[in-house]
Design a protein around this ligand. Structure first.
Ligand SMILES: Nc1nc2c(ncn2[C@@H]2O[C@H](COP(=O)(O)OP(=O)(O)OP(=O)(O)O)[C@@H](O)[C@H]2O)c(=O)[nH]1
Ligand SMILES: [Zn+2]
Length: 239
């Protein structure tokens, strides 16, 4: 299987990126568009969800009509509303910071001081260039700086950032940055192995290629620590 490897640590070189901006995953700051922030307009959430759904429904109906589809057909007539609801409430719900998961941390009373790896987190996202799915596995690791995170919250962080129009590089950096912030440590690692339907189902139509992106912070930049993490996740060849 062919894999394209993009290493992101150079993008996150703290000499070149303002750390305040890295922490600004808030509405209104996103539009300042550092390389890792989803390019959102400042007024992105002035309109409520119900109005957004109504408007998208109207526009999607126009797209279908332009394509010559008969919207009086039983099976098609509900599609504009279905798509609009799916965009706002499901597959792009991670655009809205109101949907950001609340993260519960616990004291590390177990004195566990090795890495914790949450691997094979299945996610579905969508390519921001073609609006077709990106899907795959995310593998996360961290070494506690004193707090322990509930395991499911690692999953929830992945799902939140996946539910946006994405490029895989940005998804990787956004997850890593959030992990660093909530866990108050540089010692985090993220590897994402994903398939892009814009590469397999159209365009070049390569059904075998997958894309691997990675972030290694703090102690994970140490070759031995990184190797231990990679041993645990052992990238699988089929997704
Ligand atoms: N770096 C990066 N590129 C992506 C990602 N998802 C999709 N792309 C690429 O974005 C590019 C968009 O290029 P364009 O030439 O504007 O689009 P296109 O004419 O549809 O290109 P083809 O896919 O080659 O037909 C394509 O090469 C996609 O494969 C991603 O997550 N990261
Ligand atoms: Zn694409």
């Amino acid at each position: 299987m062919k894999q394209k490897e993009i290493t992101l640590n150079s993008l996150l070189n703290e000499d070149t990126i303002d750390l305040n901006m890295l922490n600004s995953e808030e509405v209104g700051n996103d539009h300042l568009a550092t390389s890792m922030n989803t390019p959102l307009r400042a007024d992105a959430f002035e309109m409520d969800d119900e109005t957004k759904i109504q408007k998208i429904e109207q526009h999607f109906q126009s797209i279908m009509e332009i394509m010559g589809l008969d919207l009086t057909d039983d099976s098609l007539k509900g599609t504009p509303h279905r798509v609009a609801k799916m965009y706002i409430k499901e597959i792009f719900s991670g655009l809205n910071p109101a949907n950001k998961p609340k993260i519960a941390l616990f004291d590390n009373k177990y004195k566990y001081n090795q890495m914790l790896v949450e691997k094979d987190i299945t996610f579905y996202s969508n390519c921001e260039h073609h609006f077709v799915p990106i899907f795959g596995k995310a593998h996360l690791a961290y070494i506690s700086s004193g707090k322990v995170i509930g395991l499911s919250k690692l999953n929830r962080i992945v799902q939140y950032f996946a539910k946006r129009p994405q490029v895989q590089e940005r998804l990787t950096v956004q997850i890593a940055t959030e992990l660093k912030k909530v866990l108050n440590t540089e010692d985090v690692a993220v590897v994402i192995d994903a398939k892009h339907l814009c590469v397999s189902s159209r365009g070049i139509q390569d059904t075998n290629a997958s894309t691997v992106t990675s972030f290694y912070g703090g102690k994970f930049q140490n070759a031995g620590v990184k190797e231990e993490f990679l041993q645990y996740i052992q990238l699988k060849t089929e997704l």
